[in-house]
Design a protein around this ligand. Sequence first.
Ligand SMILES: [Zn+2]
Length: 308
Amino acid sequence: MLPAYISHSDCVRHEMGEHHPECPERIGAVKDHLLMSGLLSFMQSHDAPLATDEQLGRAHALTYVHELAGKVPPEGYVHIDPDTLMNPYTFQAALRAAGAAVLGTDLVMTGQASVAFCNVRPPGHHAERGAAGGFCFLNNVAIGIRHALEVYGLERVALIDFDVHHGNGSEDILADDARVLMCSTFEEGIYPFCGSTPKGRNMINVGLPSRVGGREFRAAVEHGWLPALHEFRPQMIFISAGFDGHREDDMGNLGLVEADFEWVTQQVVQVAQRYARGRIVSCLEGGYVMSPLGRSAAAHVRALTGAD
Ligand SMILES: [Zn+2]
């Protein structure tokens, strides 16, 4: 049973202007590093399908989804917020990114893949139930999680979010859903300027001061996340895999390196192997400087797939 790699060429057609950090080249940077490190050659590659209204409606208000579809410009851009823009291909790309999380769930739940990594954009964890923002339109991991809960009847699913930004959209959708435990670390004082006060009792939010480095990040995982995960005993785990906490990424200042992303992934894999038959679906979120993004994603996938 091979790990799955899920992506789509539509994810490269969405772009938000020449100098926007959430750029199409991110997909190639991740894929190139997976190729160069030899990881991609033993993964099964899949094209992401388009997510359906039924799947989207488990995490979003369908009125919001349809309004978003109606905003697609025939050419040029429309602004959703100052940093979040749609071009003619954005909605299609967002449907592919969400569809990747759904396909990853299907492959892992039916035993066709050990784990799945979704190399997709636009990212999703800032998209709320009824609002886009922070480069995100549809909340890919939340759509995957609700698919796992509703279609496969799982009772406990965990979401791990180590992006440098707090996953406010995931929190908005999943707060007080007792079937879900969300564990988030993030840098305090940066976008989206929330997270320190959790919105639900199923949220483990650990804000970290700027420039703390890997030691404090690992301590937050060990003391904040792991006890809660062992108590929750998740039957499946989703990861919002953002690599913008890397010290070479100027979007944040946490000072993490590849080894930290590898380590945190290993911790999640151990929890998944103990309680969840190893079932993990990981979706790309942030990471905006190409070289550290590619290197970090490769370190993450190496740990995720147990390829050492
Ligand atoms: Zn981020």
